[in-house]
Ligand binder design. Structure first.
Ligand code: NAP
Length: 288
């Protein structure tokens, strides 16, 4: 007999700020009549292990994991999906048959947004990524594994770009180099790049006037993507649109990583339009 007892889904992070995931996922559960409730859990580092173990004791359906625990959570899980293993980070946990399984839907969510929102495949593309943190890692490994011709990682701290470039080329086989996030290192590269992706938080609310890049470096042939979704139109995207670049904001990545997680927890097709509406409503509330 299928039980219809309510089940919990959570997000573990610290700090959690205004996470939009509870609103997005609860709207999706309600729309499909699934008796799950999604809660934000701000977890202290020394209690992460207990929080993950509690998922078993309390029969959670699953969880999301966010900053700063995407890597730290791995030792507490029973096994990892291929993507999570490759990226080296987990943003989604499924509790199934007494086991906790770690997935990473960030990279695939980015890829889906690229395909569905821009009609673009990474195959053969020359990509410049700004930043060398967790989001860059998921995007670099995913693009490298999906046929990108060449990846450049530009970061303020060169050693982190070096480490991530080495890692990306070793796990994906895609030629990946590291440079400093500086005009003289980027200007020639951007003449021949296809895709420029901001994976730094520069330009995010409440400092939305800032851009990670001198706008003179932008060229009309570039497709410019900002992973930031708060605000949706960042200073970088505004400057890119002004010279005729195709642009994409970070809402699609947030939406599709959530839709993929929903499918993993429920085994049902995610109601993507309802999830998008809930995200946009949540964003408007936070910013207004
Ligand atoms: P993270 O791990 O903390 O990495 C941040 C990166 O940005 C680091 O490489 C850091 O450089 C660089 N950075 C930070 N402040 C900077 C500044 N003032 N100037 C130049 N570089 C700076 O963060 P993350 O998890 O990768 O997230 C990065 C951004 O992506 C955030 O805005 C986040 O909201 C967004 N994101 C969006 C989605 C989505 O679904 N749309 C998903 C994940 C992340 P150093 O190495 O020099 O410190």
């Amino acid at each position: 007999m299928v039980s219809n007892l309510p089940r919990l889904v959570g997000i573990f992070g610290n700090p959690l700020g205004h996470s939009l995931s509870p609103q997005m996922q609860n709207a999706a559960f309600a729309a499909l009549g699934i008796n799950y409730t999604y809660f934000p859990f701000q977890v202290l580092p020394e209690q992460l292990h207990q929080a993950v173990l509690a998922m078993k004791a309390l029969n959670f359906a699953g969880a999301n994991v966010t900053i700063p625990y995407k890597e730290a959570v791995i030792p507490y899980l029973d096994w990892l999906s291929r993507e999570a293993e490759l990226i080296g980070a987990v943003n989604t946990i499924v509790y199934h048959n007494g086991e906790l399984i770690g997935y990473n839907t960030d990279g695939e969510g980015f890829l889906m947004s690229l395909g569905k929102d821009l009609g673009m495949s990474p195959a053969g593309k020359r990509v410049v990524l700004l930043g060398a943190g967790g989001a860059t890692r998921a995007v670099a490994v995913t693009l490298g594994s999906n046929g990108a011709a060449e990846i450049t990682i530009a970061n303020r701290t060169k050693s982190k770009a070096d480490e991530l470039a080495r890692y990306t080329s070793s796990v994906t086989g895609c030629r990946t180099r590291a440079v400093l996030l500086e005009k003289r290192d980027l200007q020639d590269l951007l003449l021949s790049a296809d895709l420029l992706i901001n994976c730094t938080p520069v330009g995010m609310y409440p400092k939305e006037g800032l851009s990670p890049l001198d706008s003179n470096l932008l060229k009309p042939h570039l497709t410019v993507i900002d992973l930031i979704y708060r605000p949706r139109e960042t200073a970088l995207l505004r400057a890119a649109q002004a010279i005729g670049c195709r642009t994409l904001d970070g809402l699609g990545m947030l939406l599709y990583q959530g839709a993929l997680a929903f499918k993993l927890w429920t085994d049902r097709e995610p109601p993507v339009d309802i999830m998008r509406k809930a995200l946009i409503a949540g964003l408007n509330k936070v910013i207004s």
